[in-house]
Design a protein around this ligand. Structure first.
Ligand SMILES: [Zn+2]
Length: 232
């Protein structure tokens, strides 16, 4: 029964990837009929979901074509000082997290909430840095947290399931995820993805605290990191 519940809980996540650190996940698309330049017609078809290689990495952009859903940041131009601070912070990432390419690094004013220092979108490999980031002492933890969101779709499905179980996620009668009673951070209740990013952030900030908080989940996080560090 447990396995079944976790299959349901997990199935919505499984389709989010897994792509490698240098790839973006492109969801299934309906392509309308169109004429090619030589005049031949291409009929309407679906293009399967696939992983697309990101050619370059860590581009600081002054603007974007992306439309953000939950947040409405005003995108600003980067200045040299802010860019340096972000570059120096990214250089402090654990090696496996630094392998994840970012297609766009954007500078926003506030992320919908003035206390929000940063945000990320794993589907477009975007990192957003807000004003608040530059006032934070522990910038490394913020970047580790956001890169954990970026890495989440590429975590081995079995490891993901083990984490979900160990952290204490269950499902209600409609098979919707129900957050653990004991939360690592208050916003861990928002989603499994958020909970996972909080675990990784805490692992690197205060390993001992995580070990005490949830020894089983700690071991699984450690196993995930070890397996990722051994990936090419
Ligand atoms: Zn988060």
């Amino acid at each position: 029964m447990m396995a079944f519940i976790f299959f349901i809980l997990f199935s919505s996540l499984a389709f989010a990837g897994p792509c490698g650190p240098h790839e973006i996940y492109v969801r299934e698309q309906w392509i309308k009929a169109y004429p090619k330049s030589d005049g031949t017609k291409v009929s309407a078809h679906t293009r399967d979901a696939h992983c697309r290689e990101i050619e370059g990495s860590n581009y600081f952009q002054d603007s974007t074509n992306q439309k953000f859903t939950n947040i409405k940041p005003k995108i600003k131009k980067w200045n040299a000082t802010d860019k340096n601070i972000v570059q120096e912070t990214l250089a402090l990432l654990p090696p496996w997290l630094s392998k994840y390419y970012l297609a766009e690094i954007l500078r926003g004013d506030i992320g919908g909430h003035p206390l929000n220092p940063a945000a990320s979108y794993s589907t477009t490999r975007t990192l957003l840095i807000f004003d608040k980031f530059f006032k934070e002492k522990d910038k490394r933890s913020i970047v580790i947290h956001e890169m954990s969101h970026i890495a989440f779709p590429s975590i081995d499905p079995i490891h993901k399931l083990e984490f979900i179980h160990a952290s204490g996620w269950t499902t209600d009668s409609d098979f919707k995820p129900v957050a653990p009673h004991k939360l690592l951070m208050p916003d861990s209740k928002d989603s499994i993805d958020e909970d996972f990013a909080n675990y990784l952030e805490t692992f690197y900030k205060d390993e001992a605290r995580l070990m005490t908080f949830n020894p089983l989940a700690f071991l699984i996080i450690k196993k995930i990191i070890d397996s990722k560090e051994n990936d090419k």
